[in-house]
Design a protein around this ligand. Sequence first.
Ligand code: SF4
Length: 328
Amino acid sequence: MIAADGTIRHDWTIDQIVAVHDLPFLELVGRANAVHRQHHDPNKVQKASLLSIKTGGCPENCAYCPQSAHHREVDLTRDRLMEPAKVIAMAAIAKAAGAERFCMGAAWRQVRDGHEFDAVIEMVEGVRSLGMEACVTLGMLKAHQAERLAAAGLTAYNHNLDTSPEFYGRIITTRTYEDRLDTLATVRAFGIDLCCGGIIGMGETIRDRASMLHVLAGMDPHPESVPVNALVPVEGTPLAKRPRIDPLDLVRMVATARLVMPASTVRLSAGRSALNREAQILCLVAGANSVFYGDTLLTTPNAGIGEDAELFAAIGEPERTCTPASAA
Ligand code: SF4
């Protein structure tokens, strides 16, 4: 019997996580739902909106990512850093559409001090002044930069592990797993929540998936937010020809994340557009309690707002009243 009873633990072994993942499907989903209900309101699904504030031209070589400058075959328009006023206006629109969290991504290897970082600070302050949670993903970060982000009111910093330590070198070679862990520790040291998860469907094994969860679940406290992504193969990237994963594999990953990190917010992220309404609802039953909302997820298609309205109507989540941004 595997002890996955909703207790917060940091001593999971990879073998135990594999055993949880490989439970009979209905048993797994049933257990995950029970733990989900212990720690969360089962009727609450947080909507997060994600905006690419600086697109393309990234010096990293993440094999899945159309924004990498290494993947020259990708058809992507590079953009400079957006103006803070425009970003804040888009956050207000997202809020009016029901988003509670606004995530901003810049395709940088690392943060550099200067006017661009100053602009990001202004964006964070603007989003927070709307009464929304603010999350950014900017690459590697130094302590004084994390301190400035914390002072600006940043809710969370996204920095995904992507996959297991063992498989990492097959996906990215321009940085190391240790680099990732160092940045996560820096962010944590300034009291900013961690948003940290990964991607399935890149050719990794089930043990790799469990190994990534093992790293996350070994953190104390667990990351407050764990995005679970399914690869969206993009033409021109090295993973363009990877087959799409079976949606039930994503359900298994969500359920396993829920069982090993019972109190974290598990976010159904990239790859959602390939799931039908019923598969998405199964992910919510299995413990996902947030979705990214909006038509694009950085640079890959996401479920449209119209389809999302149908999803939320189907699960009966009460409609939120749209609040003008200025009234927040
Ligand atoms: S995933 Fe992030 S770090 Fe990697 S290439 Fe894309 S933008 Fe750069």
